[in-house]
Design a protein around this ligand. Structure first.
Ligand code: SAH
Ligand code: SF4
Ligand code: F3S
Length: 454
């Protein structure tokens, strides 16, 4: 039973603890948004585990429900507001259940969430996760909602060992925040200023993961190319990590083209255990639009990096992000983006219709491309990219590729899913192979996103 249940009035409910053993309180967490958020969830679980909380998949049997949220586009936020409608039913059923919003929406919409979503108990921004257990304690003791949304110039959670999911892949967050201020983007506001972890601590973590059986690590940051630890830039970090943990495959995400140096491309080419894969968001093929976006590079500079990467790493896997319908984007700008997709030949592209975000610079520009035009341009981009992808993947048929096996295939237990050095997914028959094996396979079939092997 609940201990010392005091219902002093309808809104303030006090009690000393959950109806649980102190070392087995249950937390249920849902994560939305980018890889950084998924990596942060592992940090949150670690912080909470020190205070006796264990993760559960069963929302009904949880004491604490957390949503780690994303603000990048309007539909990301709408999704959370809809989810909250469902969660309010959990609160009605059990008023002692703690419900918390973490992440970028907590940072951006704290006021709105506090005013409109009265049943939410915790609102915690990305730099305040160490406080979550204390906020829960204080909520239980005093009935007061916990709000912590200060952004930090130094917090990197460097000393926290994330609680990771099983598997052979893992993330290591190497820097946080973003100082680029692209005019469309909320991230500099929700994540605050750039700060980097220490090279030594990152390498120590990579070694530890390797000893635990991890074979593939993605170094993460909003803009890893601005990494800077005492004069070590991102290329230095990547080179040092690759040398220190030879059996580990390294990838990274995400890069901003402005900071993507020749030295980084050379470092990738130099180390066999760094994936020949580059995700370099271009956003638009039109220089005029890039200027309005404050992207800071010219098309010539962008193509310079891409061509250098192709030259040093023939067959390199490439991908990008595209926004369609940015303010003042004309048909000819859109055409330039399509031409760029044909010219670069990306393996794939993440494509989005422009979504105006309050407080960003582009929010004050006239959003003059009607939604149906944004969507039509988006469809055209997707169509062209699909054709390009299918062509690239088809060219792989007949080749023998080295594949790191990551998991069972989603569709059938008789098959496995792996990835080539260039980050292409391959489905192969199970045979005697298992997760974590590095195998040579012959590609026999393809579609626009997957290779199939014998
Ligand atoms: N830090 C990463 C990207 C973070 S957001 C980088 O700079 O590459 C991921 C992608 O979402 C962006 O690359 C952009 O294509 C898209 N995006 C960001 N803000 C958006 C907005 N307001 N509307 C539509 N797409 C947006
Ligand atoms: Fe956003 Fe630009 Fe920073 Fe990427 S680089 S997170 S798009 S502001
Ligand atoms: Fe979304 Fe925040 Fe990542 S806005 S994309 S969760 S940094």
């Amino acid at each position: 039973m609940f201990e010392d249940l005091i219902l002093s009035n309808k809104t303030i409910k006090k009690r000393k603890s959950f109806n649980r053993k102190d070392n087995d309180k249950k937390v249920y967490i849902e994560t939305y948004g980018c890889a950084m958020n998924f990596s942060d969830t592992e940090i949150v679980l670690s912080v909470l585990s020190d205070f006796g909380y264990n993760e559960t998949d069963d929302i009904n049997n949880s004491d604490v429900i957390l949503l780690n949220t994303c603000s990048i586009r309007e539909n990301a936020e709408t999704r959370i507001y809809n989810r909250l409608k469902h969660l309010s039913a959990h609160k009605k059923k059990n008023p002692y259940k703690v419900i918390g919003i973490l992440g970028c929406m907590a940072e951006r919409l704290r006021k709105d969430l506090m005013e409109k979503e009265k049943f939410v108990d915790l609102i915690v921004g990305p730099d305040e996760y160490r406080k979550i257990p204390h906020l829960i304690d204080s909520l239980i003791e005093t009935g007061e909602k916990g709000v912590a949304v200060q952004l930090s110039k130094v917090e990197t959670y460097d000393d926290i060992i994330p609680i990771r999911k099983e598997g052979i892949n893992s993330w290591i967050s190497v820097m946080r925040g973003c100082d680029k201020f692209c005019t469309f983007c909320v991230v500099p506001f929700t994540r605050g200023r750039e700060r980097s972890r220490k090279v030594d601590s990152i390498i120590k973590e990579a070694k530890m993961l390797f000893d635990e059986g991890i074979k593939d690590v993605t170094l993460l940051g909003q803009n890893v190319n601005s990494f800077n630890d005492d004069g070590n830039d991102f290329a230095d970090l990547l080179g040092k990590a690759a040398k220190a943990v030879l059996g580990m495959r390294f990838r990274y995400s995400t890069s901003h083209p402005y900071d993507c140096s020749k030295k980084l491309i050379e470092t990738m080419a130099e180390h066999d255990n760094v994936c020949n894969y580059l995700h370099l968001p271009v956003q638009s093929g039109s220089e005029r639009v890039l200027k309005l976006m404050n992207r800071l590079y010219t098309m010539e500079q962008y193509m310079g990096i891409m061509n250098y990467a192709k030259k040093l790493m023939p067959g390199i896997g490439l991908s990008t992000d595209i926004i369609t319908g940015f303010p003042a984007e004309r048909e000819e700008d859109h055409k330039m983006t399509i031409d760029l997709l044909e010219e670069v030949e990306y393996d794939g592209a993440y494509t989005f219709a422009y979504s105006p975000r309050e407080n960003t610079k582009s929010y004050r520009m006239t959003d003059d491309v009607p939604m149906e035009v944004k969507v039509r341009r988006l469809d055209e981009i997707i169509h062209v990219q699909r054709k390009v992808s299918a062509r690239i993947y088809k060219n792989m048929v007949g080749r023998t590729e080295e594949v790191l096996i990551e998991s069972n295939s989603k569709k059938s237990d008789d098959y496995l899913m792996g990835r080539t050095d260039c980050n292409k997914s391959v489905i192969l028959p199970k045979g005697n192979n298992k997760t974590g094996d590095l195998v040579n396979v012959k590609i026999v079939k393809s579609n626009s996103a997957t290779l199939f092997a014998e």
